[in-house]
Design a protein around this ligand. Sequence first.
Ligand SMILES: Cc1cc2nc3c(=O)[nH]c(=O)nc-3n(C[C@H](O)[C@H](O)[C@H](O)COP(=O)(O)OP(=O)(O)OC[C@H]3O[C@@H](n4cnc5c(N)ncnc54)[C@H](O)[C@@H]3O)c2cc1C
Length: 459
Amino acid sequence: MLGVLRIQGALATAGHARLLSARLLASKSTTDMTTNRGESTQSAATEHFDIIIGGGGLVGTTLAAALAKNSTLADKKVLLLEGAPEFRGFNPTGPYQNRVSAINHNSIELFKSIDAWTHIESARYKPHDNFASDVACIIENDLILDAVYARVKEAPNVEILNKARIQCVRLPRDSNSNLSELQLQDGRSFSCDLLIGADGANSVVRKEMNVDVFSLNYDRMGLVATLELGEDACDNSVAWQRFLPNGPVALLPLTDRLSSLVWSTTNEQAKMLQALPPTEFVDALNEAFCRQYPRVELADKAVQALNSLFGHNGSQHQVQYPPRVCGVLDKSRATFPLGFLHASSYVCNGAALVGDAAHRVHPLAGQGVNLGFSDVRFLVESLAAGAYAGFKLGDKQHLIKYERKCLAKNVPIMLGVHGLHTLYATQFSPVVLLRSLGLQLTQNLPPVKNLFMRGAMGQ
Ligand SMILES: Cc1cc2nc3c(=O)[nH]c(=O)nc-3n(C[C@H](O)[C@H](O)[C@H](O)COP(=O)(O)OP(=O)(O)OC[C@H]3O[C@@H](n4cnc5c(N)ncnc54)[C@H](O)[C@@H]3O)c2cc1C
């Protein structure tokens, strides 16, 4: 018997979350779980893995593929646990999906290194040419998942369990204790040397790690949709973003005549836009991209000064407009809550966090999942180096190196994106003036816009 622990976890039932206190009585061979009301007790044999990944979204599944591909870690037994039913696959000849990601150069390199890129390339994706030398592109989320899931299914050392929702977790108190343990909602239990939380922004693993979390609800929704464009789209190879008083609206190219929409706005406006008849919705969107806002004299002067600093004549710069939207695909509109989250630490003895479980950021710079893929790269490199040097997989002394690399990369980007959101979202003067300046800067001043965007694209 290893001991008794009281754990609080969130259990979602029919859309309503209710708190459940569970008591985990763990031993090496059996695990019993009893709710705080003593409703049920289940026992199951505890199976052991070297590494368990909790959460098979984009980041968790890519991590499983990257672990399987790494030759130093090839002898490690890995379990991927996903709460949802098995992924149904991606149909490259089917309708375009409304969830897409702007993928940066570093993420593409990761896909290449795990043999997932040819799968994506041979299906469908759209490179865009905002930057002459950049290979960044827009890819449907399910296509990325399809590519990495195929690699995981081929891996002899990785097991996948679907409908496997982690209910509670127990982590070693110090580096002398050996195992991390977890129990699923259906009563099955597992132990491992390292538990990786890839279970998204409401991570159960993170809660048990007992790390401080800084989180903000932006009171904004991201409205997504698949849009049909007019003939002025030409080859539609440019991503557009405009900062509006309620938040940015972006068009991400999918094909010559289709783009994906991400419109960040207040909860009320998002719900209203989602419910509008298609023609009225399209009118509202075209109006959002083309409407002129009053110019601010001070901002204009600042833009001119910055233009001359970069050797550009701002007054000659023509404001460009995106292609006209002429339709929205049926049932493609959906909304997602937006927020900011950052865990103060990504590691502890026996556990580590990746992706949205560690950090969540506004989609205005297309960074969220790219940061998650960068975590994957850093974690696999660190684990391989640690295994080679003889460290235990869950040893915090070694995991901390992973955390340091992530923090150095993630924190400046997250602060920058959060700062931009705050600048545009604040209604009070004098920030409104700065916002006007920022709006004109990002729309009318190519060098400044490109500097910011290059950072966002991982260059
Ligand atoms: C509107 C919008 C647009 C975006 N656009 C971009 C973009 O262009 N570029 C970009 O880089 N990022 C973008 N993002 C961010 C990106 O979508 C997220 O960062 C990314 O999906 C996070 O992936 P993840 O695997 O870490 O987490 P998630 O996608 O949240 O996956 C977590 C997985 O864990 C599973 N899970 C959860 N709890 C449990 C449990 N207890 N037990 C077992 N399994 C569990 C879930 O079922 C899920 O499959 C956007 C986000 C939004 C909302």
